[in-house]
Write a protein that binds this ligand. Sequence first.
Ligand code: DGL
Length: 248
Amino acid sequence: MIGLFDSGSGGLTVLTALRKRAPKADVIYFGDIVNAPYGEKNADELARLSEAGLNRLTKEGATQIVSACNSLSLSVLMGATEHTEIIEMTRPVARMLRSRAGARMLLLATLATIESRMYPNAIGVTVLLDELPISGLAGAIEFGAPEEEVQKIVREAFLKRRGKKYDAVILGCTHYPLARGVIEREVADIFGPIEIIDPAEAVAEEVMRRFDVEGSGKTRFLISKDPDMFRKRVSELFPASSYTIEVV
Ligand code: DGL
């Protein structure tokens, strides 16, 4: 069984990309909403939370894990045991970017992701990477802040790079595609009509290549807090799926 792990709703964007390709996979999803947002936490806290999350998923029967949270990539890799197969967000993207040598990319991510140096380490010198932390954005999305507030956070961050030229923007936090409309508008306004890359697609492809995606197609969601927002997103994103939601 495949286990997906995020601080909350962000991993749903990875699950969406996966479900398009693997409707029959058996999935258990852990959203640690009580501890969200992860992106503002330090490396020690993230190591502790990732260990707890991995333990929970493996105890519930997950044998193959997707860390659907960029902020956790480093700690999940460091905490993995030899018995668990893990796919995290950054290396599938790096693989995808190999054919884009010389492209100028702006990585949008949480502070934790940027401090972990996972993206530049995974990508190497293939593309010219500029990294922009957007503090507060994942939390605003998770807890359903009004669109104007989300837009203000995005715009203020982008203004720090106004005048720079990029070929693409990478959504380096799995929550960001949930605000894709706002991000797209602000990107177009400040950087022009450039490509937006959602790493979920490359991660889902990697899952298809490496993990067992045959099963009954059920999803078990485990959440550590029960806001209406999470249930609403699940019902909107997976209207035809068979799933259960448990508060743990
Ligand atoms: N969605 C996660 C990520 O990709 C975590 C965001 C957060 O909880 O701050 O980084």
